[in-house]
Design a protein around this ligand. Sequence first.
Ligand SMILES: [Zn+2]
Length: 511
Amino acid sequence: MELRFYNTLTNTTEVFHPVHADCVRMYSCGPTVYDFAHIGNFRSFLFADVIRRTLEFFGHRVHHVMNITDVGHMTDDASADGGGEDKMQAAARRMKEDKKSGKVPEGAVQNPDDPYQIARYYTDAFLEDARTLGVKVASEYPENILHATQNIDAMLEMISQLIANGHAYVGPDGVVYYSVESFPAYGRLSGNTLDRLMTGAGGRISDENQANKRHPADFMLWKADSSHIMKWDSPWGAGYPGWHIECSCMARKRLGKDVIDIHTGGEDLIFPHHECEIAQTCGATGQETFARFWMHARFLLVEGEKMSKSKGNFYTVRDVLQGRVKDDKGQPTGVSVHPAVLRLELIKSHYRGNMNFTHKGLIDSAGAVKRLHDFRARLEAATGGQAESVDLSYPILRDFAAALADDLNIAGALGVILPWAASTPTDPAAALGALNRMNEVLAIAPLQSAGAGQAGANDEQAEVQDLCRQLDDARKRKDFAAADSLRGQIQKRGYDVKTSPAGTIAEKRLA
Ligand SMILES: [Zn+2]
């Protein structure tokens, strides 16, 4: 079966073949750790996770790398050279207030002025959310999540190479700029031309530092700034790197020197971030292209509106899991959501359409997750849990695969699996085998894919999830003594026990 993906670079759907047959190399832009990640961020991270899992479903080995931006991402990031201030610096200004309001627990960030402590706190929160939602790179391969601040050397090296190759220069203000005119392909990914950028179309050129640049669209690689909250020595003075350079460097460092297979991100990263990444990598290496496939997930809306803090419809992953979602009338629901339900809600609509996150959608997703859990329970009861391995000739699995192969048509794949899950297959062992394979991609029934090698925090999570399942079983049997004892065991591990349409939920108590 041919796998097809839509490629932003060529604006067409293309058949996917890896550059090297033995391994697909894939890079995803990760979070900027100055705040809790919101559900729009996670739509993009889960989209990347589904690509990874789909590739694995079709038998590819995948090397997936993601970054953590803990320096250099400016508050005004719509223009290439990013005006405003470093988001980490902004977070440090905010931190005392966040601790006072209880958004950040007392004791979590000992020194609110220390950007490294802030970055560590939000990195841990991100990794916890990512594991909770079944993002495989976070739960099984955390060594492939790289931090910008730990890769400054690679950035200094690439910047020097760009200067040597005539693609970068030191401006009179001491900032190292990339010269966009030195790279004729600049604008190919986003469809921008230098002429259009010159006229400031879409406000994509900031007014800052114009006098110091050769071209107004030139963007920052290194900023010498001895007053910055995080700084490193460099040949151009102590300072900090631009946001774009980190991804070019970390992709190369971990995925090797060849053109990579897939680069993912949210659509807001197409310009300037990904356009700049291409210019840097190709400028430094002489490669014709950085990644073969550029894949982007579109925006997330909430009840049809743009998510914004001022509208009160801005949700982090924690807000949703802990029951702070409002219904379509803006009334608080107070109902906590199982992570599998949120995962399904965020992956179920096609990534190339805007996703509308709604309370009704969550209820539908809860119903779908419950149907799949019940189906699994019936198949396990019928087979004693013995699954038969099946290949793509198994009809339901073939239809599911065909939908996925068609540019990740998850809605189509769910259209195959959900009606089937309401049936009673005559071959339960094979059906269980097929369900297991489908769940390797969806990862919602159960949330963690079968056989996942987890350690530490995930062992505990798996254990607690297992206790929740036992608790649901005890309730079904009306064995209330057993249910009480299981509830006590979960609580003793530091979790609150709640019920939801998808069954018992254990929520880690906040510190
Ligand atoms: Zn990036």
